[in-house]
Design a protein around this ligand. Structure first.
Ligand SMILES: *[C@@H]1O[C@H](CO)[C@@H](O)[C@H](O)[C@H]1NC(C)=O
Ligand SMILES: *[C@@H]1O[C@H](CO)[C@@H](O)[C@H](O)[C@H]1NC(C)=O
Ligand SMILES: *[C@@H]1O[C@H](CO)[C@@H](O)[C@H](O)[C@H]1NC(C)=O
Ligand SMILES: *[C@@H]1O[C@H](CO)[C@@H](O)[C@H](O)[C@H]1NC(C)=O
Length: 386
């Protein structure tokens, strides 16, 4: 009797959650489906057409990596270097040069040497050789504002997830210094203009969901003092130097103390998925999912009240973590069920949606675990105004 009443209550709660998820109520009661660079499995990265396809395939968030043009307009592109993702080398051969950005030597054409009008003449291409090349040469680079317009005109709530790319490097450029501003302020002003505000899971946030992400620490701390918009600290591999603190590597902020400090300015963490799992003692990491265990990072993130949104889930076999999974569905199952994530970046939004749909029809569904945090995520404690 007691059992069946409890079971009935559980079923009702679960049905309510399912219908909320289907009705598009925010914050979500299941993990977020974050469309990495748009529908980048099917269309050139960071294009209006790719973002729209990602929405049609079931994204909760679309992602824009923000870089600046010479006239300081924020646009969506993976890097300031656009040679690999556009026809820039053919159109602006006189602008090809080499620049060191965060220790890496890049050669080609950079958005920071092109005005917005010049950027708009470029046409995008698919940078991954075995993905569909038939859309090359067709689509333009969208501005941050055009990307926001795509999210806003969708017929359900679509979140945005802009990343400030190389903010310290951008801020060091004479064009940015002369304008007496910073990349963070340029991006923040655009978000403000379009009504983005409020801490995670607030009413205002749930109407226009947004996370600002960065691999740097300093600009997120700066932003945390200027805005209530939730911030996401991206993490690279353990031994990779932090771009704005090159004497330190990411392992220094992935420790107990590091993650605790992160929670004073960030609401979420975007780790590289390979840092969340490792081989069990004596096991062969490439063998299969059963050989993997948590590194403890996901648990540390959750314990400190933050969400974990790892990157990047891709269907192609070569991208499955440590070659340990037979299919992308097996990989999702391991990460969402074992680690209880609150979201994930994927190039294949449709596959992640398919996985969520499958889980929603199962007993003991995944959002009984980590994704509950999507509803309980707390405002940042350091900023009393939020
Ligand atoms: C919402 O828009 C999509 C296109 O993005 C369309 O396929 C779908 O039918 C629309 N749904 C409603 C309820 O209007
Ligand atoms: C960067 O790469 C270019 C092209 O390969 C090369 O000419 C240049 O010397 C490199 N710069 C540095 C500092 O290594
Ligand atoms: C990364 O930082 C840790 C802790 O400070 C240190 O032990 C390790 O040697 C560093 N790795 C590299 C490649 O610098
Ligand atoms: C681990 O497993 C892979 C795939 O089965 C195999 O190719 C590799 O040789 C194994 N490595 C070791 C050290 O056993």
């Amino acid at each position: 009797m007691e059992y069946s009443r409890a079971a009935t209550a559980t079923v009702l709660v679960v049905l309510a959650l399912v219908s909320q998820a289907q009705a598009g109520v925010w914050p979500r009661s299941r993990p977020y489906n974050i469309a990495h660079r748009g529908a980048s499995g099917f269309r050139p990265d960071h294009t209006a057409e790719g973002y729209q396809l990602a929405i049609d395939l079931g994204a909760d968030f679309i992602e824009c990596d923000v870089v600046l043009t010479k006239d300081l307009v924020p646009v969506c592109r993976h890097e300031p270097l656009v040679s690999g993702t556009t026809d820039a080398d053919a159109k602006f051969p006189n602008l090809i040069k080499s620049i060191i950005i965060d220790g890496a030597n890049y050669t080609g054409v950079f958005t920071t040497d092109l005005t917005l009008a010049e950027v708009k003449t470029l046409r995008c291409k698919q940078p991954i050789a075995d993905r569909d090349q038939s859309f090359n040469g067709l689509f333009a680079i969208p501005t941050l504002e055009e990307y926001i317009a795509i999210a806003k005109r969708a017929n359900r709530t679509i979140g945005i997830y802009p990343e400030t790319k190389h903010p310290t490097w951008h801020d060091s450029l004479p064009i940015v210094k002369a304008a007496q501003t910073t990349m963070s302020d340029i991006v923040l002003n655009v978000l403000k203009k379009h009504g983005y505000k409020g801490p995670i899971n607030s009413k205002a946030w749930s109407k226009q969901p947004v996370f600002i992400q960065s691999f740097e620490v300093g600009n997120l701390k700066y932003l945390s003092r200027k805005t209530c918009i939730p911030l996401v600290q991206l993490l690279s591999d353990w031994n990779t130097p932090i771009p704005d603190m090159p004497a330190l590597n990411y392992s220094s902020i992935m420790s107990e103390a590091g993650v605790k400090d992160m929670a004073t300015y960030a609401s979420g963490v975007g780790p590289w998925k390979n840092t969340l799992v490792r081989a069990k003692a004596g096991a062969n990491v490439t063998a299969n999912g059963a050989a993997l265990e948590s590194t403890g990072l996901a648990e540390r993130i959750r314990k400190n009240g933050m969400q974990a949104h790892p990157y990047t889930f891709r269907n192609e076999a070569r991208y499955l973590t440590y070659g340990a999974f037979a299919t992308a569905m097996d990989e999702f199952e391991f990460f969402f069920v074992k680690l209880g994530l609150e979201g994930a970046f994927t190039d294949y939004t449709g596959s992640l949606r398919q996985y969520f749909t499958m889980k929603s029809q199962e007993q003991g569904r995944l959002w009984n675990t980590g994704a509950v945090i999507n509803r309980a995520g707390r405002p940042k404690p350091h900023n009393p105004k939020c």
